[in-house]
Design a protein around this ligand. Structure first.
Ligand SMILES: *[C@@H]1O[C@H](CO)[C@@H](O)[C@H](O)[C@H]1NC(C)=O
Ligand SMILES: *[C@@H]1O[C@H](CO)[C@@H](O)[C@H](O)[C@H]1NC(C)=O
Ligand SMILES: *[C@@H]1O[C@H](CO)[C@@H](O)[C@H](O)[C@H]1NC(C)=O
Length: 387
């Protein structure tokens, strides 16, 4: 009796272990479609958030048709490291409304074309990541190709990641394209926009970001921007502006005043920060900037690491921006020392001249004292000779 109970227990333990193992294997293979066999479906954490995810990373796909098969419950689609030049219309199919879908990451796929009708039925997607692609919004050669409405269905989008996302087209074209995208797409909830590494030199329309009324964090690092019209950000309540590794050589008083004005706008919510690290600032014109840093309420990230450059001949030398103020201060104290020493010398020579001119009178007055001193000297000399 006892033995059979033990056997039964052992069997159930083994059986349930087996069940749970198959269940967990199953959990990582719940794509429920042949076409998605190379993908992994299951619950995972991504960017610190739990998602039910369809993960097709480095699967070698050359088209995106399998995405029409994703389960209705999908919360995140990770489709990266494949080779898909052109995305299809209605990428997730026409029938289903993917109300649970919150994140789409299609980075690093060599994507060039995104037709205006690609993303439909994505009402609750909050984060769209299209980093490292070759997206073209318009072609010079083909005037009929113009797809600025790519993001128009992302009515609840909060974060748009477009780092190194665009084809190497001209600045003017990219600036125009961005303008059209933001103008046509009504991205009213986007608060974070990444546009790093896009070889941007300038924005033809400096108010290009005003069509994103919720924008508070703008990432423009690793571009080729040499001047920013801070005035034009007045339409936003910016909290962070990333300008790392650009081509800014100087910040004029007008620029700095405009930055302070932005801080005044932002302050109602939070402080405003700017990152200017890695720009080729000229030391010769950076003293105003240095002085401004001491008194502004704008938070400067990496302030201690800021550098400016001095060019001597064809040598370029980096100097820590914080020390240019110190050398100025050092120069000032040197000047004061020189002045004091000069004044001292003048005083001494005046006294000497006075003494020389009045030497007769002085000698009469001083003689009793001098006598005492000389006698004392004589005694000491005698004493020391005795010893
Ligand atoms: C997605 O799949 C790739 C390859 O299988 C894996 O390396 C990566 O960790 C997965 N990502 C997540 C968020 O699960
Ligand atoms: C999809 O869902 C959204 C949000 O729930 C809703 O507003 C929209 O009308 C739905 N669209 C379709 C085609 O079912
Ligand atoms: C800026 O450029 C330097 C040198 O090229 C690089 O090491 C650094 O990672 C860049 N910063 C960012 C934020 O990419």
């Amino acid at each position: 009796m006892f033995k059979s109970t033990m056997n039964f227990l052992l069997c159930s333990i083994i059986f349930s272990t087996f069940l749970s193992i198959t269940a967990s294997v199953h959990a990582h293979n719940r794509c429920k479609s042949e076409k998605l066999a190379k993908c992994v479906c299951g619950n995972v954490y991504y960017v610190e958030t739990p998602y039910y995810m369809v993960n097709c990373t480095n699967t070698g796909f050359t088209d995106a048709s399998m995405l029409r098969e994703i389960p209705f419950d999908t919360e995140a689609v990770l489709f990266t490291g494949n080779r898909v030049e052109s995305l299809p219309e209605n990428i997730f199919g026409e029938e289903k409304n993917f109300t649970k879908l919150r994140l789409i990451d299609m980075s690093n796929n060599g994507i060039r074309d995104i037709p205006g009708k690609t993303f439909h039925h994505v009402p609750n997607v909050e984060m769209l990541i299209l980093n490292h692609n070759n997206i073209k919004i318009s072609y010079d050669e083909d005037k009929t190709y113009h797809h600025p409405r790519v993001f128009s269905n992302f009515i609840n989008l909060r974060e748009l990641h477009l780092t190194n996302a665009f084809a190497d087209n001209t600045d003017e074209q990219l600036a125009n394209d961005l303008h059209d995208i933001f103008d046509k797409s009504h991205l009213t909830n986007v608060f974070r926009l990444h546009l790093e590494q896009n070889e941007i030199r300038y924005f033809k329309d400096t108010k290009v970001f005003c069509n994103l009324p919720s924008l508070t964090q703008l990432y423009l690092g690793n571009n080729l921007i040499s001047h920013v019209d801070f005035e034009s950000f007045k339409c936003l309540k910016l909290q962070f502006l990333d300008l790392q590794n650009n081509s800014i050589t100087e910040l004029s008083n007008t620029d700095l005043e405009a930055l302070d004005a932005l801080e005044d706008i932002a302050m109602k919510e939070r402080t405003m920060s700017v990152d200017l690290n890695g720009n080729p600032l000229k030391c010769s014109t950076s003293l105003n900037f240095h002085n401004w840093l001491q008194k502004t309420n704008v938070v400067i990230r990496h302030e201690k690491e800021l550098q400016c450059y001095v060019t001597i001949g064809n040598m370029r030398r980096a100097v820590n921006l914080n020390t240019i103020g110190e050398t100025k201060r050092a120069k000032l104290s040197n000047a004061i020392t020189v002045l004091l020493v000069t004044l001292g010398l003048v005083l001494v020579s005046l006294v000497a001249a006075y003494g020389y001119l009045n030497r007769a009178r002085l000698r009469n007055r001083m003689s009793p004292i001098l006598d005492v001193v000389s006698r004392k000297v004589q005694y000491t000399t005698i004493e020391s000779q005795i010893v």
